[in-house]
Design a protein around this ligand. Structure first.
Ligand SMILES: [Zn+2]
Length: 240
């Protein structure tokens, strides 16, 4: 298992929902911001359909606020919400265009996203939003570099093509690459615990304990990788 490259300065993390980053990837983000990297979050939805009994109009703003708090804990100041509907993401041109616009705005060298496979492990279906988002985020890297696929990004939003993405890293189990997060597990637990209302709705267990159990499960040692705790990513390279 190889190390995820770290010779870059600006990255974005693109996911479907508030909390998607905090189940493991935030430990890598915390390591990178400690190295001085500039990391920004882009969320396709506000997670407004994520809490049973709480109507979307109340839930969306609450979850945006929790995500901003989570981000700040791992050194991320910029958090954008693209306003796509939670639970109804569609992999295709609309999502690709909006992620490509974000790539052009932020001009990253690294794009991080989350598992878009059919399952987490055999028998455990991944969500429709995750499946749609990850694939569209990877496709958007090329879209952002191409002047002709979404010309309205230049004509209407003044966003010039960006071909500077060198890698995309997809956070998932059984990955080919990893990041040593031995020193940032604790701050990642704090970052997940900032989703207080969401975690309270998921379980009656203490929020801090839930957060620690989840992050520890997502940051165990990985076979063949020299770190006490690590987060795995599949790596895609782009020629720029
Ligand atoms: Zn999610």
């Amino acid at each position: 298992m190889e190390h995820v490259p770290e010779d870059w300065t600006r990255g974005i993390v693109v996911v479907a929902h508030p909390d998607d980053i905090e189940y493991g990837a935030a430990a890598a983000v915390a390591r990178w911001t400690r190295q001085g990297k500039d990391i920004r979050y882009v969320l396709a939805t506000s997670g407004e359909a994520g809490i049973a009994g709480l109507p979307p109009a109340e839930c969306g703003p609450l979850r945006e606020e929790e995500e901003r708090a989570s981000a700040a804990i791992v050194g991320v100041e910029t958090v954008e919400f693209l306003g796509h509907p939670d639970g109804r993401l569609v992999a295709g041109p609309d999502l690709r265009r909006d992620v490509a616009a974000a790539i052009r705005r932020h001009r990253p060298e690294m794009v991080v996203t989350a598992n878009f496979g059919l399952t987490w492990f055999p028998g455990a279906l991944n969500s429709a939003d995750h499946r749609a988002l990850g694939l569209s985020a990877l496709d958007a890297v090329s879209d952002a570099a191409n002047e002709w696929i979404f010309p309205e990004l230049t004509e209407e939003q003044g966003l010039a093509p960006w071909s500077g993405v060198r890698w995309a890293a997809v956070n998932l189990p059984g990955a080919s690459h990893a990041v040593d997060v031995t020193d940032t597990v604790d701050v990642a637990v704090e970052s997940l615990a900032a989703h207080r209302r969401y975690l309270e709705a998921l379980s009656g267990a203490d929020v801090a304990e839930q957060a620690r159990a989840q992050v520890e499960m997502a940051t165990g040692p990985l076979p063949g990788f020299p770190a006490a705790r690590a987060v795995g990513f599949d790596l895609y390279t782009f020629s720029g």
